[in-house]
Design a protein around this ligand. Structure first.
Ligand code: PMP
Length: 379
């Protein structure tokens, strides 16, 4: 078998050894229900509290609450639908978002639109959040602003600090939510960096297993009951996401976050270095390859196209040579009617061009030798 080269770390990552160890421990030695009152239950509760601290510390949150969920998708749904549920009595309320959000933000917003809420999508041409358009969209009717920290397809880093200043000034009662799934441990996205009230995280993008994520809430959101629960039951996770906790997943998430935070600065530098290397080699060697470079790029994501060639065809060709990239978002691959990527169209590509884009996403295992193999195949 040819050696596999994995350039799809934004779709998911391999599980880190620290996470695997914590997962095993939670499933064996620490198997009790953290809500149980006996000593074994208290041990599990301590492990749960530790994981909460690890995820929160790695985010750079000094206060607030981590609500564990089944992943980024559920955290986004909780933030958006939970906020709308808390505000349902205000008919005619408006939500502001960015053009080209992940489906787990866009689909809940479409549901709310169908129920009579107004949704305004702020342009993101060239990978920059249009702050003037954001300011125009923000008025007293707005009760939620949801803008991702890093776009999962273009790798664009949005200026959330500037967005937060606009939101505070123009609609002080609105909550600011950011989907930081692709930013966590790669691009600064702490509450202080983003000014957000709610931050979505996903475990499997940082070396935890699939099926665990979190929503960070500011102390004010919790105190004012700014969001309503989506899963009612036994009161777990501050009553916002009830159900016996996924302890193996949560403990693995905590361990991956702690280990990842120690390496984050160096990992981001290495990814950025490799991304630049790849771009230079492509520009030197591949005349027909277009790179779609945002104004402020995340270190680990590069979107590219071969003019006129469907992204899926390019993905399949590379896959047949053992090199794995993604065409569109893995999460929208299951959609009944595959659409051209809204993120790439918002970036400025035509619908036909958007269908040619593939995403290369880098992780700790990737090397310059692997980048050379990709460039040779593209050439
Ligand atoms: N938001 C973004 C930006 C993502 O890239 C993803 C994963 N593709 C998600 C949300 C969903 O996260 P999860 O897979 O944990 O549900």
């Amino acid at each position: 078998m040819t050696k596999e080269i994995y350039f799809d770390h934004s779709a998911t990552t391999p599980v880190r050894p620290e996470a695997l160890e914590a997962m095993t421990e939670a499933a064996t030695a620490c198997y009790a229900n953290p809500s149980s009152g006996h000593a074994a239950g208290r041990r599990a509760a301590a492990a749960l509290a530790r994981a909460r601290r690890q995820v929160s510390d790695a985010l750079g949150a000094r206060e607030g609450e981590i609500v564990f969920t089944s992943g980024g998708t559920e955290a986004n749904n909780l933030a958006i639908l939970g906020r709308a549920a808390a505000k349902e009595r205000f008919a005619g309320g408006r939500i502001v978002t960015s053009a080209g959000e992940h489906a787990s933000v866009e689909e809940p917003l479409r549901l709310l639109e169908a129920r009579g809420f107004e949704v305004v999508r702020v342009p993101t041409r060239g990978g920059a959040l249009d702050l003037d358009a954001l300011a125009r969209a923000c008025d007293k009717r707005v009760f939620l602003v949801t803008v991702m920290a890093v776009n999962n397809e273009t790798g664009a880093v949005y200026d959330l600090a500037a967005a937060a200043r606009i939101v505070r000034e123009r609609c002080p009662d609105a909550l600011l939510h950011t989907d930081a799934t692709q930013a966590y441990l790669k691009v600064p996205c702490s509450p202080a960096d983003t000014g957000a009230d709610m931050i979505t995280l996903s475990g499997h993008k940082i070396g935890a297993p699939k099926g665990v994520g979190a929503l960070w809430l500011s102390p004010a959101v919790k105190k004012t009951r700014g969001i309503a629960p989506r899963a009612l039951g036994g009161g777990q996770e501050a009553g916002l996401r009830c159900g016996t906790e996924n302890m193996p997943g949560i403990c693995a998430f905590g361990a991956a976050a702690e280990a990842g935070a120690r390496e984050a600065a160096e990992a981001a530098r290495a990814a950025d270095d490799l991304r630049r290397y790849l771009i230079d080699r492509i520009h030197e060697n591949c005349r027909d390859v277009l790179t779609h470079l945002p104004a402020r790029p995340a270190p680990h994501i590069l979107s590219l196209s071969i003019r006129g060639l469907p992204g899926e065809t390019l993905q399949n060709f590379l896959s047949s040579r053992g090199v794995y990239v993604s065409s569109g978002s893995a999460c929208s691959a299951n959609a009944k009617t595959p659409r051209a990527s809204a993120a790439m169209i918002a970036f400025g590509l035509s619908e036909a061009e958007a269908r040619t884009a593939v995403r290369v996403s880098l992780g700790a295992s990737n090397t310059r030798e692997e980048a050379d193999v990709l460039v040779e195949l593209l050439r």
